[in-house]
Design a protein around this ligand. Structure first.
Ligand code: GDP
Length: 355
């Protein structure tokens, strides 16, 4: 079936036209890509939850690194008056030439003391401090090399043995939900049977709704995405809170070496999707939603902080310009008598003009 000659030449002409009209901004995404790869990426992840829930094990399993080589575990007596500490671990990881500076913010001691009232306070303070630092840097003179330490996501570990959320879980998530993207996890899910996992997930979801907790919402899927992606996205949304299992050991299962936990009755495989949601969590955090987590941090949480800060500053300024403000503000010159007279005169002139 040869195409008619007329049609063929028209096509050629169209192509020529197109080439003539090609300015080149279609390469913009490539330019951005090159630049960001060169600059490298950073991501700050916070883990929170009582000690012993498997936080360190999960982080090691997620990033295949040993971030906790020199951790000191406290005994019960030491933990009675334990205050919440904030510990930062940073690793540089590289994959196929793409560099990622990963910071894990650990919160040992959370929920460990006998009296846990307001035990989330050091954590919210830490998040605020990072916002404050960023705000200062952004308003300062040198904005070129700002170190961004804002927390992009907080994995909150819920114990598997309860009947849903405990008061401390509700308090914690409510204290943080407007400052950071909270992703709740059911830890040590190998302690539960599949039906128990389902029941606990339903319960936690119900309670999250009931108490008005705003956990991180996965963005809606674009309608032009392919079906497979849409299906994955749907499964991801239905799986929250992710039920996870961590392990620092590699075991042999069905002739293959896998990360797992060896029990007398069998092997629990961390990366087996029928055993737990570990892979879903890892894909979400790293492959599909890392950028969105950063965007939401910047556009929603930081923006709220910034707006509040500016509001406070302006209201304080109107009260008394010398009161200490959370960030250094350039002192507004207080007009001297002479200037004030001049301003008054100008105002009057404008008034006359209006009349
Ligand atoms: P962290 O204090 O929250 O950092 O907890 P760790 O990661 O130190 O884990 C505490 C204990 O729980 C260790 O003995 C781990 O081997 C064990 N553990 C960690 N993850 C899991 C899990 O998914 N399932 C089970 N059953 N045990 C786990």
């Amino acid at each position: 079936h040869a195409e008619p000659l007329k049609y063929k030449s028209k096509k050629k002409a169209d192509k020529n036209d197109q080439e003539k009209q090609y300015v080149g901004f279609a390469t913009l995404p490539n330019q951005v890509h090159r630049k960001s790869v060169k600059k490298g990426f950073d991501f700050t992840l916070m883990v929170a939850g009582e000690s012993g829930l498997g936080k360190s094990t999960l982080v090691n399993s997620l990033f295949l690194t040993d971030l906790y080589k020199d951790r000191k575990l406290l005994n019960a007596e030491e933990r009675i008056n334990q205050t919440v500490e904030i510990i930062k671990h940073t690793v540089d990881i590289e994959e196929k030439g793409v560099k990622l500076k990963l910071t894990i913010v650990d919160t040992p001691g959370f929920g460990d003391a006998v009296n846990n009232a307001e035990c989330w306070k050091p954590i919210t303070d830490y998040i605020d401090q990072q916002f404050e630092q960023y705000f200062r840097d952004e308003s300062g003179l040198n904005r070129k090399n700002i170190q961004d330490n804002r927390v992009h996501c907080c994995l909150y570990f819920i114990p598997p043995f309860g009947h849903g959320l405990r008061p401390v879980d509700v308090e914690f998530m409510k204290a943080l939900h407007e400052k950071v993207n909270v992703v709740p996890l059911i830890s040590k899910a190998d302690c539960l049977t599949p039906s128990e996992v389902k029941k606990l997930k339903d319960r936690v979801r119900e309670e999250i709704d009931k108490f008005g907790i705003k956990i991180y919402q996965f963005p809606d899927c674009d309608s032009d995405e392919d079906e497979e992606f849409k299906q994955q996205d749907k499964e991801l949304k239905e799986s929250t809170p992710f039920a996870v299992i961590g392990s620092n050991t590699v075991v042999e299962a069905k002739g293959q070496r896998v990360r797992g936990r060896l029990y007398p009755w069998g092997i629990v495989e961390v990366e087996n999707q029928s055993h737990c949601d570990f892979v879903k969590l890892r894909n979400m955090l790293i492959r599909t939603h890392m950028h969105d987590l950063k965007d939401v941090t910047c556009d929603v949480h930081y923006e709220n902080y910034r707006a509040q800060c500016i509001q406070q500053m302006t209201s304080k300024l109107t009260q008394d310009s010398r009161i200490e403000s959370p960030i250094p503000i350039l002192p507004l010159p207080t007009p001297d008598a002479e200037t004030e007279k001049l301003i008054k005169m100008k105002d009057q002139e404008v008034g006359f003009l209006k009349d």
